[in-house]
Design a protein around this ligand. Structure first.
Ligand code: FAD
Ligand code: EGU
Length: 471
């Protein structure tokens, strides 16, 4: 009793496990509320350590991520170091480049450096006197009954720590999540896709960007795809996506060039033959995983956020954005329920799970769609149809990527709206087609044509129709 009395006048301890993008941002959110925040991160301080080339070098930051940064006063700082991408640039096999704007002027996404973003967020978290960053602490295990955590320090020694709330932000292979897996009625699924990714650098040419900088460059080739985002040092980071079995087929430098000659010929002189041969073998293809689970909490003790709760495949550019939005949603519920963890945690699961599952599904759907039949012509066609429909019915038809990328419409609402729009479009097409048939019949009835003259054109028409059929 005494203990709980003395607790209530002291601020509660929140342990944030994982000092990656979401963990570092979350530390700011909890610190701003006045909690005693302890961050535990396996790696050494990335602001001091030598460059560790880990996962993707740059990321596309969009509205949801920006909104979350804004709440802790970090938006301007991050945006000023980002490179605006106002459009995609579609590269066809012949080397033709076609831009497709993301929206109206002022609607753009940003290419941001992952390492810089992480560093800035850690530094911001540290400006709160009630926050401590603990590096070189790898969570080993924790007890869901007591909330006691065991960490392994870099020197191999153990450290035990107790907190009032544990926030698991330790990424797609979350150690915090392991305790969830042992519990009844915890749903979990994890899917590796057959594709891997590899990052290649395109250096500047004569001190300038090798391609137009303010675009997200895309080479859509069905099974093979490449994406390039600009960096502040005037390089581009190209990310090559291809099935692991294809990675394995290429074993020599000459085969790399042969492969690029076939699918991405315009990039060879820009990356450079020698650099390409060298960088391709520097690291093997990296795996991509999709993780879904529910619930996100255990009692009033622990909650999962970011990739630990929902790793998504990168085919919507939303993984970090969704993780950052998790922080806003949690914050809003903390406000609503007066920081009462026993009410906040279940509500967070109730509200957030449908949206995170929706973006995980969308990203997977887009992966399958791109792989199945998206070449540069199809990509251009689809985006132009989207933009056209939006232009003629701006209130009724909003492209899905617009809702996902440039709004905070809940992900599951965006999906619902997308299905509804599809129905409207199909009805519209059916309506127009019916109208055309009726109109034509009326005209034919009024002016009956000479049948003898008609037979030949009808046959021709039929053969043309048959030629249109896809094999
Ligand atoms: P992480 O960034 O994985 O951070 C987890 C942290 O926890 C790490 O620092 C790790 O060291 C630490 N940790 C792990 N285990 C422990 C432990 N046991 N104890 C203590 N600490 C631990 N998202 C976008 O929004 N836009 C994009 O354009 C985009 N592009 C992507 C491209 C690729 C190729 C990939 C793979 C992903 C991309 N993403 C993108 C997704 C984005 O990278 C992730 O969603 C984001 O990094 C998730 O952040 P996080 O903090 O939850 O996890
Ligand atoms: C993949 C890897 C174009 C960064 C999805 C678009 C991505 C990013 C798209 C990566 C695509 C694909 C969208 C954005 C973005 C497009 C989007 C994908 C950033 C539907 C660093 N995707 N990505 N969609 O619309 O909404 O331009 O590694 F090729 S940003 Cl796969 Cl908006």
């Amino acid at each position: 009793m005494e203990e709980s009395a003395s607790r209530s006048d002291k601020k509660k301890v929140v342990a944030v496990v994982g000092g990656g993008l979401v963990g570092a941002l979350n530390a700011c959110y909890f610190a701003k509320r006045g909690f005693d925040v302890q961050v535990f991160e396996t790696r050494e301080d990335i602001r001091k350590a030598k460059i560790v080339k880990g996962r993707s070098i740059n990321l596309a930051l969009s509205h949801r991520g920006r909104s979350a940064l804004k709440h802790v006063g970090m938006e301007d700082k991050i945006v000023s170091k980002g490179i605006p991408m106002h459009a995609r640039m579609i590269h066809s096999l012949s080397g033709k480049q076609s831009p497709i704007p993301y929206g109206k002027k002022g609607q753009y996404i940003l290419s941001v450096d992952r390492a810089n973003l992480n560093k800035e967020l850690l530094t911001e978290a540290e400006t709160y006197p009630n926050t401590t960053l603990n590096f070189g602490r790898k969570l080993q295990d924790w007890n869901a009954e007591t909330g006691l955590m065991t960490f392994i320090r870099s020197d191999g020694s153990e450290e035990e720590i107790q907190a009032d709330l544990i926030v698991g932000c330790d990424g797609a292979f979350s150690a915090i999540r392991k305790q969830f897996l042992r519990r009844s009625r915890f749903n979990f699924s994890q899917t590796y896709i057959p594709h891997g990714y590899m990052e290649l650098t395109m250096p500047p040419i004569n001190g300038e960007f090798a391609m137009k900088p303010n675009y997200l460059h895309i080479w859509p080739r069905n099974t093979f795809m490449m994406i390039a985002l600009p960096n502040l040092d005037k390089t581009f980071t190209c990310t090559l996506f291809m099935p692991f079995e294809e990675f394995e087929k290429i074993t020599t430098g000459d085969e790399v060039i042969e492969f690029f000659q076939k699918y991405f010929p315009d990039t060879i002189p820009l990356i450079g033959v020698d650099a390409l041969k060298r960088d391709y073998f520097r690291l093997p293809g990296q795996a991509m995983v999709s993780v879904k689970c529910t619930p996100y909490h255990i009692g009033d003790k622990c909650v999962l956020m970011g990739d630990a709760a929902h790793a998504v495949v990168p085919f919507y550019g939303q993984g970090m954005n969704a993780g950052f939005e998790d922080c806003i949603v949690f914050e809003e519920i903390m406000e609503q329920f007066n920081e009462d963890f026993s009410a906040v945690l279940p509500e967070y699961t109730r509200v957030r799970v449908p949206d995170d599952h929706a973006i995980a599904d969308l990203a997977m759907y887009n992966y399958i769609e791109m792989r199945a039949h998206v070449n540069s012509r199809w990509f251009l066609f689809r985006k132009h149809v989207d933009n056209f429909l939006h232009a003629i019915m701006p209130k009724t038809i909003i492209p899905l990527y617009t809702m996902v990328t440039f709004s905070r419409i809940r992900y599951h609402e965006a999906v619902k709206r997308w299905h509804w729009q599809d129905k409207v479009i199909n009805r519209g097409l059916l309506f127009s087609a019916t109208g055309a048939v009726l109109g034509a019949s009326y005209l034919l009835a009024k002016n009956p044509p000479d049948i003898t003259k008609l037979t030949v054109p009808v046959e021709k028409l039929w053969s043309r129709l048959m030629a249109l059929r896809t094999p």
